[in-house]
Design a protein around this ligand. Structure first.
Ligand SMILES: CC/C=C\CCC/C=C/C(=O)SCCNC(=O)CCNC(=O)[C@H](O)C(C)(C)COP(=O)(O)OP(=O)(O)OC[C@H]1O[C@@H](n2cnc3c(N)ncnc32)[C@H](O)[C@@H]1OP(=O)(O)O
Length: 281
């Protein structure tokens, strides 16, 4: 067991509380009874993933792994947006070095979350396009609130989701649905997402969603943690290894792609059409 004594659990809780004070963009709390951690993304206003937020998520996941977390609930402080995906303003006319770091940190986040030894649930309490959907897909279970959207809309913005993310979508909703969804860049409403299996349960409130998430995590209470994590690694390891082998090459091609004028034009159009905040000319 990860926490054999109440003292261990108390130490872990304090550790996480202390750690959380250092992270303004991700707040981590631990339920002392269950030992489950809740990581709440809180970058105003839509948790768009810039380098700072990605770095903090990556660091949080590393700390949770180190401290033998018993289960993670990933959610948002906003009651409208879980995460709006990559920060589109940072992708526009970018500094190549920063984009390089951003992409490489995004890969790290996926590797750590998708490959975590502990069980994970996304409480999707708001919209989750693109990178927001990626975070949810990396978890083992998704509980979503009604009247929001989720999906991989990269095609609409002018690029393709990377292979590891396509595989995650395929594993979750099946090849045929994934092909339809990815080529059209479909964003699904909560009920539609439930129907195709992109989310596992729907909840009417965040409290209900957290209850459902805890119920999922509690399913593993009697399963030896090492057996659970070995099985997860066996199921997910090949996808992770494929990215690890190709990490640097993918960063290089992503930087080339994003800095190209054709992508910049289509990104500019997407921002002008879809976001309230406009580009400074
Ligand atoms: C080769 C590369 C391969 C793969 C990459 C794969 C990984 C991931 C890629 C991505 O994540 S790309 C990002 C895609 N994101 C989107 O398409 C989301 C766009 N945003 C929206 O659709 C909506 O804003 C919303 C998230 C549904 C929320 O709608 P709502 O009406 O509630 O809010 P509003 O539109 O008014 O936005 C509030 C505020 O937030 C700013 N905003 C929104 N999204 C982003 C974003 N992605 N990046 C930066 N900023 C964003 C928006 O401009 C508003 O700002 P303001 O308050 O200052 O006006």
């Amino acid at each position: 067991m990860a926490f054999r004594t109440a003292r261990n659990l108390a130490y872990f809780s304090n550790y996480i509380r202390n750690y959380s004070t250092n992270g303004p963009l991700v707040n981590v709390t631990v339920n002392e009874k269950s030992g489950f951690a809740t990581a709440t993304l809180q970058r105003p206003s839509v948790n768009s993933l810039n380098l700072e937020l990605l770095t903090e998520i990556s660091h949080t996941l590393q700390q949770l792994e180190k401290n033998k977390c018993r289960g993670l609930i990933l959610t948002s402080a906003s009651n409208k947006v879980f995460s709006a995906g990559l920060d589109l303003f940072e992708l526009h006319k970018p500094n190549a070095d920063k984009i390089k770091q951003m992409w490489s940190t995004l890969q790290e986040v996926w590797i750590k979350l998708y490959g975590s030894s502990y069980p994970t649930v996304a409480v999707v309490n708001g919209h989750a396009p693109a990178g927001g959907c990626m975070l949810a897909l990396s978890c083992e279970y998704r509980v979503m609130l009604n009247n929001f959207i989720i999906g991989l809309n990269e095609a609409q913005i002018g690029f393709s989701a990377p292979m590891w993310l396509i595989d995650g979508m395929r594993n979750t909703i099946g090849s045929r649905q994934a092909e339809f969804a990815l080529t059209a860049g479909t964003l699904f409403k909560t009920e539609e997402a439930l129907k195709i299996g992109l989310v596992d349960e729907v909840a009417q409130s965040k409290e209900e969603a957290i209850e459902k998430a805890e119920k999922f995590l509690n399913k593993f209470a009697k399963i030896p943690p090492h057996a659970r994590s070995m099985t997860k690694a066996a199921l997910r390891g090949a996808n992770i290894q494929a990215l690890v082998r190709n990490k640097d090459e993918e960063v290089r091609s992503y930087v080339d792609f994003v800095t190209d004028s054709q992508f910049q034009d289509s990104l500019g159009e997407f921002i002008e059409l879809n976001l309230k905040q406009k580009l400074s000319k």
